[in-house]
Design a protein around this ligand. Structure first.
Ligand code: ADP
Ligand code: ZN
Length: 712
């Protein structure tokens, strides 16, 4: 089979994604390669397709038991003979798999590095006909990577043992150093490196100020009632509170953190994967090795410590390529918390500096006034060609104004209090607040007291934060967060430097606008599609439960969406849906077709179809399959028999099981075809000359049937 045939037959896809094709060709030419692709980029296809084009066994080295299990499950569901060997298997299970390896029945064997390198195991593997070796999560070989695994450093033995077998190393995260390390450690220095774009255009990016977080989350989820999502929190306690808050509102939410016992953790995770829990509220302990493709949103309750983690976490949304949302809550207090965590950590000073610098990049993302995707991509050394149009900044570019005078007021307030006050007290002074704190220090006598009355507290807070962010003011965390002047402050005070700031927008306005932006008016067609999608989703869940599989293993959201769009009602149409391969069709095709037919039936009234014109064929087919004659169908549907026949001919051409022969006696067929040949007709020519030649003996319906059956 060619690689295209394998892709279609087993995975149900028509085309390769960027780079997949080149990578597979390289592997098929027996060259080693290194593949860098973001999570959800489609790495697995890169070795699974050549595994099936080759006729031997493909070894897949994978570090995580959960991942192995998921991938093997997904392959089996596609009718591919695959298995995994790791420490969780019994001796008997393992022997069974080894037998299948020897007989050549098994095409992909997933194996943990520990198992592979255990005594004598390689000797066994050597006896097999290995045609490809894939090293998944290959950044684990590098001490530079964030997930180093000592066993991985022994893997160089593979290339030595199988010098002729092509090896492909895959990873979603690898900077230049790690990349070099992977090649060196695996002994594949000649490998061709493929770096896919790290852009995930289907992920919408937005940031909101960290206020009323729980309430905002509730509203956010209320608009996504059936969609899976993850909320990342900083502390364990936080996850429990947020989950509790959501449950009170009837949202199926659970918390997850490293403090929960392993048994419960795995149950909760399982329930999430099976769509029984809608929202997982978790610390960063959650997500590694989760292959759930239909996560529709990821929310960060507080600021992550660096861009890598952030990108990896939001990357768990939308792996199926469908639009998904990400939301980050951000406040200055979060930055302070994070900074304190770093300062108080056990890290050596130089590492602290690195961490602080990384935090700073994260802050830049949160405060960005340019396209947020540009900020992310530039972090990964990628140059975005244009603004993305799918982030909050692109949708609503910030408006700036000259804030020099306003800034001078704040700076002079800081100067006159001898740089000893924190933000809250400074705002009280500027606004002329009559409170104890102010009187205690006699601040009501200052020249700056009340010079900023015209602005509300939250406006000042916003502007001072911007001043801090743009380096016009410093903050001394070790002096109870008092604000300090620096060289830039003095330039501004002396009138040597102008200060542009982003116009404050009340929080409610900002939030309301952001939420409005997301869902557009849906067209009638989309409403129907969504209704059908929901039906198919329910069916998927039912089938998944029957087979004890995660729903997305049966069909991904992307596949269901394509199905709801195309509404296939026969085999050919069903196989044209992206993600429906032959095995999936055999197992589930008919059930989904029946569901679609039911949906159509329920949504039509009498003869006229209420929902969409495209359904007219479906309805005719439905009645035909129930055994109604052409005349009965015509009567029932209030159509002419000629129209019904034209439907049946079209359905026949599309591959439906329609016996046109039954609709025309053979002498009539012979007579019509004889006339057609006399006239030198071709299939597809207009029927009028034929009709006239036969002097109206047969109506157009009959002619159409005869020509459709005509074997030229
Ligand atoms: P990764 O391992 O890089 O995170 P996966 O291999 O799990 O990504 O692929 C992510 C999703 O994209 C899966 O649902 C997969 O079936 C789908 N996918 C991969 N390649 C294609 C393709 N050529 N066409 C359509 N969908 C694809
Ligand atoms: Zn953008």
């Amino acid at each position: 089979m060619t690689k295209e045939q394998v892709l279609k037959k087993y995975f149900g896809y028509d085309t390769f994604r960027p780079l997949q094709s080149e990578i597979i060709d390289t592997i098929l030419a027996k060259q080693d390669c290194l593949v860098l692709m973001p999570t959800g980029g489609g790495k697995s296809i890169c070795f699974q397709v050549p595994a099936l084009v080759f006729d031997g066994l493909t070894l897949v080295i994978s570090p995580l038991i959960a991942l192995m299990k998921d991938q093997v499950q997904a392959l089996q569901a596609n009718g591919v003979s695959a298995a995994y060997i790791n420490s969780t298997l019994s001796g008997a299970e393992q022997r069974d798999i080894e037998t299948r390896c020897r007989s050549g029945e098994l095409r992909l064997l997933y194996i943990s590095p520990e198992k592979l390198l255990s005594p004598n195991y390689l000797d066994f593997i050597k006896t097999l006909r290995v045609t490809l070796i894939a090293v998944d999560e290959s950044h684990c070989v590098s001490t530079w990577g964030h997930d180093f695994r000592p066993e991985y450093t022994q893997l160089h033995i593979l290339k030595k043992t199988f010098p002729e077998v092509p090896m492909v190393a895959l990873t979603a995260t690898a900077d230049r150093v790690t990349r070099k390390d992977i090649l060196k450690q695996l002994g594949i220095s000649e490998a061709k490196t493929f770096i896919a774009s790290f852009d995930r255009p289907n992920l919408g990016l937005s940031v909101l100020p960290g206020r009323n977080r729980l309430k905002v989350i509730q509203q956010f989820i209320a608009k996504r009632s059936n969609e899976s999502g993850i909320i990342y929190c900083l502390s364990r306690k936080n996850t429990e509170e947020v989950a509790e808050g959501l449950r009170k509102l009837g949202i199926r939410a659970m918390h997850y953190h490293a403090g929960i016992d392993a048994q419960t953790r795995s149950e909760v995770q399982d329930a999430f994967i099976k769509d029984e829990i809608q929202v997982m509220v978790a610390t960063i302990a959650f997500g590694m090795g989760i292959d759930k493709s239909n996560v529709r949103f990821v929310i960060h309750y507080s600021l992550p410590s660096n861009v890598e983690s952030f990108y990896q976490e939001i990357g768990r949304a939308g792996r199926d390529g469908l639009p998904s949302d990400t939301l980050l809550f951000y406040s200055f207090a979060d930055i302070i918390t994070r900074k304190e965590m770093i300062q108080n950590s056990e890290l050596p000073d130089n590492m602290k500096e690195v961490q602080l610098a990384k935090l700073d990049r994260m802050k830049q993302y949160a405060e960005s006034e340019i396209c947020r995707r540009r900020v992310l991509l530039s972090y990964f050394n990628e140059d975005a060609q244009k603004d993305c149009g799918n982030c909050d900044v692109c949708r609503n570019p910030p408006v700036k104004f000259d804030a020099t005078i306003l800034t001078q007021k704040a700076l002079s307030g800081i100067a006159r209090t001898n740089e000893k006050v924190a933000m809250g007290l400074l705002i009280d002074i500027l606004r002329g607040a009559q409170n104890r704190n102010v009187f205690e220090h006699n601040f009501q006598t200052l020249k700056t007291f009340g010079v900023g009355k015209e602005l509300k507290y939250e406006e000042w807070a916003d502007y001072i934060t911007q001043m801090l962010n743009s380096g016009i003011i410093d903050i001394a965390y070790d002096e109870r967060h008092s604000l300090k002047l620096n060289a830039v402050s003095w330039q501004v005070l002396k009138g040597e430097k102008k200060v542009p700031l982003v116009r404050f927008e009340p929080y409610e306005v900002k939030k309301a606008r952001q939420e409005e932006e997301m869902p557009r008016e849906k067209s009638k067609k989309e409403v129907i599609k969504d209704a059908l999608f929901d039906r198919l989703r329910v069916l998927r869940k039912k089938l998944a439960d029957e087979q004890n599989l995660p729903p997305f293993v049966i069909f991904s959201d992307a596949t269901l969406s394509d199905m709801a769009q195309k509404r296939p009602i026969n085999k050919i149409q069903m196989l044209a849906v992206s993600g429906v391969g032959e095995q999936k069709f055999r197992q589930f095709g008919e059930k989904f077709i029946n569901e679609i037919l039911d949906f159509v039936r329920e949504n039509s009234e009498g003869g006229k179809t209420r929902i969409a014109k495209g359904f007219t064929y479906t309805e005719t087919l439905d009645l035909y399959q129930k055994g109604l004659s052409v005349e009965d169908i015509a009567m029932r549907r209030n159509l002419s028999t000629v129209t019904v026949i034209s439907h049946l001919v079209k359905l026949h051409e599309e591959g439906n099981d329609i016996n046109l022969r039954d609709l025309i006696p053979s002498y009539e067929y012979n007579q019509i075809i004889a006339a057609a040949m006399r006239l030198n007709m071709q299939k597809g020519d207009a029927l009028k000359p034929l009709f006239e030649d036969l002097e109206g003996l047969y109506d157009y319906g009959k002619l159409r049937i005869a020509i459709a059956l005509w074997d030229v």
